[in-house]
Structure formats: structure tokens, C-alpha cells
Design a protein around this ligand. Sequence first.
Ligand SMILES: *Cc1c(COP(=O)(O)O)cnc(C)c1O
Length: 384
Amino acid sequence: MSEKKLKFNSKTIHGGQNPDAAYGAVMPPIYQTSTYAQTTPGGHKGYAYSRSANPTRTALENSLASIENGNYGLAFASGIAAIDAVIKLLNPGDEVVSTNDVYGGSYRLFKQVFEKFGIKFQFIGMQNAEAIEEYITENTKLLWIETPTNPMMNIIDIKAVSKLARKHNVLLAVDNTFATPYLQVPLDLGADIVMHSATKYLGGHSDVVVGALIVNDKDLADKLYFIQNASGAVCGPMDSFLTLRGIKTLHVRMQRHCENGKAIATYLAKHPKIEKVFWPGFEDHPNHEIAKNQMSDFGGMISFIPKGSNYENAIKIVEKLQIFTLAESLGGVESLAGHPASMTHASIPKEERQKSGVVDSLIRLSVGIEDKADLIADLEKAIG
Ligand SMILES: *Cc1c(COP(=O)(O)O)cnc(C)c1O
């Protein structure tokens, strides 16, 4: 099947998938095995040891490559493990330029784990792609971006940044966790590496922790595969199966996430007790035009600031919500609410956090696929 020709809504179901060779199972079996019988040393069917490769993981990796329009997919034990593998492409003295409201766990990995190995990280505002160039030095090897960003919903122009990356011969990696390939396909826009926390929308049911990388270039894929096997943070067979099952409904879930997201963003924006709503679908969002160009819709992630609110107030609101569950994470079928300053972004120092707009009163919503009337009623009660 020439599946590069399939439409996205078919790739989620068929991309990289074939009925199992042994019995024709339509879903790939969970190959819960660490090792494989060999007829003679090296005489195996492509699988020798499950850190190096496992058939259920291969099925997921092929699906990931297909939905992101890439040639190679790699599945990891977590999103962070996938990021860890990318940074291990670098050497001491190399520099990375990243965005100043990057995911808190990425920031922690960069600053607290990799900086002591001599890799330098700079965190800058990237809403204006041209402003990035002055931070690129001869030691810069990687641009690490996220769009929309978490939790400020800033939009970065992937095409413009990829042009800069080409010009300076540096790699561009895009964390596509928030958008998913349903909304935007970074490899088509010139990125070299796409990364996912498949824990979120790809898995979609808040039941796994999984990470992914997708690339087009064979040489880059080989290097990442070497690191995946050498460092060993691989995705297990059961988690591979669950993520694959999640991906099969990604397009229908995303459609509803977008529909509900729009309804709730619009409701909040009109609410007299709400100061500001951050959602790229608004025409007055500073990079709305770029969002419109590179995304097919605007997603279900929304942040907002209640009027006259502070740390305690914001916490009171999230505690009052009943259908929105107060929890870390995002992208599942159920709606979640979070308080970035004390939860997802607590590992970023307060001054850094506030510089990028993550104030103490900010609340983040991951709008699920429940009935939107119930979600709005829940917010109405909590905001008061
Ligand atoms: C959750 C998340 C990660 C980290 O992924 P894990 O699966 O939790 O390790 C990275 N980037 C973004 C944008 C995330 O939301």
C-alpha cells in the first residue's frame, strides 16, 4: 500500500499497519517477550532482543512515521526520554536555542541534566522568528521549539525557523505534542525532527507514558536509533499497543477537542470575571495569522487569567471544578485543569516563569471530548 498517498484520517488507522503474518490478527499482538529464538547465531527473523526491536513497538513506530509524514519513527519510554535521545546527538561545547516557555520538564532536563555535560541552552522569545538569528553562534547545533507553547499558547512560525536552521546548518526539532499531526505537520514545514509526548493526544486516554521521534533523514534516524538502543529508554510492548490503539481515533478525537476548545475559549473571552484568554484561534492572538497558515484548526488547549486573581484565588477555582479533573497532563478524552505555577511549571524559577507570562493566577485547561454544555456549566460554577 502506497500509504504516503493516504489521507490523514486513513493513515491514523492503516499507516504502517498490516495484519499479523502468523494468524492475520488485525491488531498487532502484544509481543510480551524480551528475546527471540535463533536457528543459528544471528539467525533470527529481524528481532533478537526487545531493547533493540520488538514487533509491537515496530508497528507503533511505523504508525508514528506515517501520521507525521516521515520516513522513520522511534518510540521511547516517555516524551522526556525522546528529548533526552535528541540532546545526546550533541557534544560538550554545543549550544541549543530554545523557547522561553518550553515545557517545564524539557527545561529541567536541559538545565539540570545536560548543562553539567557542557551543553549550553538559551531560552528566548520566538514569536518573532527573525529575532532568533542573533542567538545562533558557530557552536549552535540545535533549535528546540514547541508550538503552540505550554501554557501561554504562543505560536512560532515553523517554516520561518526552519529557513534559519537551514541557513546556519543547525537541526530544527519541533515538540508537536500540543498540536498533533492532525493540526500541523512540522516535517512538511521544514523541521528535521518531530518529537511527541505520546502520553498526551496520541495515546489520548491518559493510560500510558510514551515518547516519540519522527525524522526523514536516514543518517539522523540511524544516529537516533543507535542512541535509543544504547541508552535503552524504549517503549514497552503493552504501551506500544495502547498508543497504537489511541492513534486510530486521533482524528475524530481532535475534531471534537477543537470544537469544544473553540466553544470554551469563546465562553471565557466573554465572561465578565475573566481578564485574559490565551488561545491561538482568536483573531487578536498576536500570531493568529501564522497559526492559521500552519495549523488546520486551533486545538483544545486554553489558558486564562481570572480578573483580580492571585495564587490562592486561582487554586480555589481549580479546586471547585468537578467535571474538569485537577491534574497534570493533557490530551486525554477527559477534561483536565491545571495550575502551571504550582504544577507543570513549578520546576522553572519564579522570575523565569513570570518573564514568559506564567503568572501565579494562570489556569490551564485541556478541554476533553465530553458534552461542551456540561464543561461550560462546570466552569460557570467554579468561576462564580
Ligand atoms: C508532557 C510533555 C512532555 C514530556 O513528556 P512525558 O511523556 O511526560 O515524558 C514534553 N513536551 C510537552 C509539550 C509535554 O506536554
